[in-house]
Structure formats: C-alpha cells, structure tokens
Design a protein around this ligand. Sequence first.
Ligand code: GUN
Length: 283
Amino acid sequence: MAQIIDGKKISQEIKDELKEKVAAYKEKGYEITLAVIQVGNNPASTVYVGNKKKACEYVGIRSLAYELDENITEQELLDLINELNDRDDVNGILVQLPLPKHISEKKVIETINPKKDVDGFHPMNVGALSIGDEGFISCTPYGIIELLKRSDIDIKGKECVVVGRSNIVGKPISMLLIRENGTVTVTHSATRDLKEVTKRADILVAAIGKPRFINADYVKEGVVVIDVGINRDENNKLCGDVDFESVEPLASAITPVPGGVGPMTIAMLMTNCVEAAEKYMIK
Ligand code: GUN
C-alpha cells in the first residue's frame, strides 16, 4: 500500500503557518499585499483567480483585484503593471494567464518587477533558479518540493525522472531536484524507450498533460510518484497523468488527483507573497 501524499492537508498546514506569521507582521504594522490582474473572463481563470483571492483572505494578505476588459490594449496593461511596480504598498503582482491573443505574455511577464514576481515567471527569477541564486520559484514546482520534504521523502542521491519539459513545470522542477541533489533525467515527446527511462526512477514527476498516460508498465516497485496532471477523461471525470489504479499498488508514495499537487500551487503563491514582503518591506 502506497503512502498517499495528501496535498490538501499539507497545503492547509502551510496556509495556517503563514496565517500566524502574517498576523504577527500585522501587529507590527505591516500589511502584505498581492495585486491580481485578470484580463477578460476566461471561466477557468475566473475560478483560479477566485481561489487565489480566497486564499489571501484566509492567510490575511490584502488582495487588490483588477478585472480588466478583454479589449484593453497591451500598453494599458503594461502601464498598470508599471504603476503597481512603483507602489511601495504592493508586494506581489500576478497576471493570470492565458492573456488575449493581442497581448504579448512575454512582454507582460518581463514588465513585472522581478522583486514582485510571485509567480516566478520572470526570466531573472528563472535564471536565478538555474544558477542556484535566490529568487522566486514558480509555485507548482515549489509545491512539489515542499510535498516531498513534508512527507519525509529524501531527494538526495535519488534517480529523479521528469516527464515533460514545459517552462512552468518540467524545466523548473528539474532545476529544483538538481538543487536538492537528485540525479535528474528530463524526458519529453522525442525520448526513445520512455518506459525504460521512467522505470529507473526512484522519484517520478509526471507533467505531460495526457490523461492516465503513466501506467504500471512505466514504473518500478517502490517508486515515489508525483502527478502534476489535471485532465478530464472520456467521461469528463477529473484525472491526472498517472493511472492511479494500476500504479498505486507498486508505489511507495503517490499524489492523488485531485488533492495532490493542485492545492499546493496556491499555498506556495501565498508563501512567495510573504517572502516578497520579508525580503523587501519588513524590517
Ligand atoms: N494560469 C494557469 N496557471 C497559472 C499560474 O500559476 N499563474 C498565472 N499567473 N497564470 C496561470
């Protein structure tokens, strides 16, 4: 029987720890603020943004919500970001992605002051991560490391195999696993004999975006499985990139979907907001 890594419980613990910290800062007169910008009304984005605002409220972080019209110009959005960059009372800036086609995500991300980039998407922060410098770590990979640490799973010396090389999960989690002294292999759509590679894994991170892609044929006994996927199967049921039913009996630990990596992303966003305030505001 595998240990089921309970992301809901661990994310709650993190939010409770932050809540205490934030309350103590408030007593000293510091208010931590996150600006959340949504452009248009993509229904999935509205849900994500709503959950981020709720988490802020729970932890005690002030959230400034900017709900902008779909037709706002790129320059108007950049002007707003620059205004928030200049405000001393704003610690974090988050622009929910995706953006409408006429706005360059690259330009938007690069306009956010790296010191307020709590998503960890700015090239300065991505670069800092890859050379082992301090900077903001993007929330999902940061959440994966925290899940492993808080489940007492050692990374040092382990064979870590990452399936997927996206900028928001595959690449940064690979960098973080290296930083934690894992031996890391990154696989992708052009990898030959994928099953042979994934079977070497002591820790397997699945970030592919294909429902139940990783089944029992891809893993060895005792593997720790981190499932980053959020997919809908043919019956519209939520499922991960891992076929939980067939992999769980072989695994020593595994994250479920939902309730594994998902809830960690927002907990780590809150962590980054507090870190932003601690680094650049709180004396
Ligand atoms: N869209 C989907 N996930 C994310 C995220 O983590 N941050 C932002 N800004 N947009 C997203």
